[in-house]
Design a protein. Structure first.
Length: 382
């Protein structure tokens, strides 16, 4: 059975009438940038979050950049973050001129190890960026306490965690800012690029709205230095048409994760969902010693898997100037060799999930028996 990693075309065809209607409405309106569709989506996304303000922007990368810029982060500042993330988290920090400072992760959750944060704080630390990777939130309570004690701003990278919660609070409402990506495959995805910044402060929101639109307070009056990072009307309308389904899609992702968990228990290391946190499984990531062989075996059976992410930011060529070396972040470096993301999207069928479970079980059984027969041969020679 073929099991693709994701299926955007299937997704489009499942919601074709809602999406087509949104697209046609915008085309017919003759208004394509900063209009009523964006206002409607921002208002509905604020309701989805349950508090605060939302400013749409052009991508998740720029959402992170805009939030940091709004908080005044600039050259000479340090920003604490993990190296185990999509590199755009780090690119956005670099865009401000600030220096990313990497904190190692907890190998079970693959998230920032909050116990290691305080020792990385210096007088230059201006922000902490907890990345709610794979769909699970970072341990925010102790992190917010540390940030408050040191008067450091917190920006949640919610790109992979739309709808996730921590002790009942939804991602993007706990820090000073939350940054969302609406890249097509995300839990809420546009049909192109898109992003948003959430904040609980009206003052922050006003600044974000200026920053995303050339720094203008009104047309042709530029009060601050800004950029062009707007969520266009087409993407806003498409996102708004899909927003009512995000809760249902996240529940389906959780159902699939439970099925994987049951089928793979004791066979590979399955994802850890911490108590009090609702994981929304943007990605379902297992850990195994034989990652490359397993990936090849699955591909041979028509099952597509990916690695998020094989090369951590601190060892990327672009960040060589920061001076990190292999061994700098031991847990990150250990985990990236073991992780494998299995197919995960709300359109997956139970039969497809079972086919993945069966193939992994067969691989592990075959691998185990070839390992033990190799041992027997070695023993009989000695
Ligand atoms: C954790 C994380 N942060 C930031 C981004 C950047 O988002 P975008 O691709 O919308 O710029 C992504 C998406 O790839 C991501 O997964």
């Amino acid at each position: 059975m073929k099991v693709p990693f994701g299926d955007m075309k299937l997704h489009y065809h499942s919601y074709k009438s809602q999406i087509d209607q949104a697209v046609h409405r915008v085309l017919e309106s003759g208004h394509y940038i900063l209009g009523s569709e964006l206002e409607k989506f921002e208002a509905n996304f604020e309701k989805f979050l349950g508090s605060g303000y939302v400013a749409g922007c052009a991508s998740g990368t720029e959402a992170i950049y805009l939030a940091l810029a709004a908080a005044g982060v600039s050259a000479g500042d340090e920003v604490l973050v993990v190296a185990h993330t999509a590199v755009p988290t780090i690119s956005a920090i670099s865009m401000t001129g600030a220096t990313p400072v990497f904190v190692d992760i907890d190998p079970d959750t693959c998230l920032m190890n909050v116990d290691l944060v305080e020792r990385k704080i210096t007088e230059k630390t201006k922000a902490i960026v907890p990345v709610h990777l794979y769909g699970q939130m970072v341990d925010m309570e102790p992190l917010l306490k540390i940030a408050a004690q040191h008067k450091i701003m917190v920006l949640e990278d919610c790109a992979q965690s739309t709808g996730a919660t921590y002790k009942g609070a939804i991602a993007g409402t706990l820090g000073d800012y939350g940054a969302f990506s609406f890249y097509p495959s995300k839990n809420l995805g546009a049909f192109g690029d898109g992003g948003a910044v959430s904040t609980n402060s009206r003052e922050n929101f006003d600044k974000l709205v200026m920053l995303r639109n050339y720094g203008q307070s009104k047309r042709y009056y530029h009060d601050i230095v800004g950029i062009n990072s707007r969520l266009d009307e087409m993407q806003a309308a498409i996102l708004d048409a899909q927003l009512p389904y995000v809760g249902k899609w996240n529940e389906r992702r959780r159902e699939i994760a439970r099925r994987y968990n049951q089928g793979l228990e004791g066979i590979v290391k399955t994802p850890v969902e911490e108590e009090g946190r609702k994981h929304v499984y943007h990605l379902y990531v297992i850990q195994t010693e034989n990652r490359e062989e397993l990936q090849e075996y699955l591909l041979d059976k028509g099952i597509q898997t990916l690695i998020h992410y094989p090369n951590p930011a601190h060892l990327q060529k672009a960040y060589g100037y920061l001076g990190y070396k292999p061994g700098s972040l031991p847990q990150t470096e250990k985990v990236v060799k073991r992780i494998l993301s299995l197919p995960m999207h709300p359109g997956l069928t139970d039969e497809q999930v079972d086919a993945v479970i069966e193939a992994i079980s067969n691989f592990c059984r075959e691998h185990q028996s070839s390992k033990s027969s190799a041992k027997v041969t070695a023993n009989s020679i000695s």
